[in-house]
Design a protein around this ligand. Sequence first.
Ligand code: AMP
Ligand code: MG
Length: 357
Amino acid sequence: MVTYTRVFKVDPVRPDVDVIRYAASVIREGGLVAFPTETVYGLGANAFDARAVERIYVVKGRPIDNPVIVHVCDLRQLELVASRIPEDAYRLVERLWPGPLTLLLPRGPRIPYVVTAGLETVAVRMPAHPVALELIREAGVPVAAPSANLSGKPSPTRGEHVVEDLYSRVEVILDAGETLYGVESTIINLLSEPPMLLRPGAYPVEDIERILGKSITVPEFARGLGEAERALAPGMRHRHYAPNTPLVLVEADDYSELQRLLDATRKVVLDHKMRGLKVAVLSYTETYRYYEGVADRVLVIGSRGNIYEVARNLFATLRAVDKLGVDVAVVEGVEERGLGLAVMNRVRKASTVKIKV
Ligand code: AMP
Ligand code: MG
């Protein structure tokens, strides 16, 4: 089914009131609006409207068992979405909202099961982007929104990524340029004791632990390693955030020995070249020259010394890979510290082959 899409350029700080009002009316009437947040672009629908949320799954091609996050603009809305709010949740909300932190809470009765994929928990966050906050406030309802990409593709960090994936599928796209963090929110389950990290994201888990005054469990799957096990069963592999081009990840055991990582990555490139394949490398400001004259193309994600820059550019770089005309891409890993945990989670899920040196 083809939908007429209206694309609006909006100022990220002072969005045009009339555009926000129009987009909010589309949400209220059961339509879909793609909007910027400080993490990635979201695809929003009225969280109380089961049919509107069902359409999110259809247009993204999203598996029905993958729940979506509910976005709120104030604490009154939070109390409509969750049936109970533990003390720890209030502590985090006070310090970190609005911001890229999503909390798992007991589902409120008005939230339909299509939002939570049948679960009795609901994931909630308050985004910090002025356009997102204004949109939710003006809509007057909480907004259910996963990332505004086709399922499986890298998340959208620029308006043009959303247009590429969702044009003719949604009613409105609000384009406010590039997002700030470039990776999704951190998801914490506060209902388990100790609290558990469900997805690393833009807020480092170390900072959240400091505020709570207790440690948070980081399971293997939050590091992006669970999928690797399932990949052992043929056909079960669920690639995510992925370019169409096969992606080889080269990770180090110890990132203080960078030269070993570079040599191994270079060897992977040469092995593929010998088989007559065209190869791209995704590298960093400090090290990209190492592949000149070896790889066919070299993309710089950012500086190893600035993990924020790496996170911000990651998804755009993964999208760019498919436009290079190469047969395979090779990416160097980064240390799993701070935002590096989120970066490695995304890169592991995007890769077809992982090599550890
Ligand atoms: P996306 O916004 O596309 O990155 O997807 C939202 C993510 O939030 C999903 O992939 C889930 O991992 C997570 N999520 C949302 N609701 C729940 C929930 N009730 N329980 C566990 N995880 C959730
Ligand atoms: Mg997503």
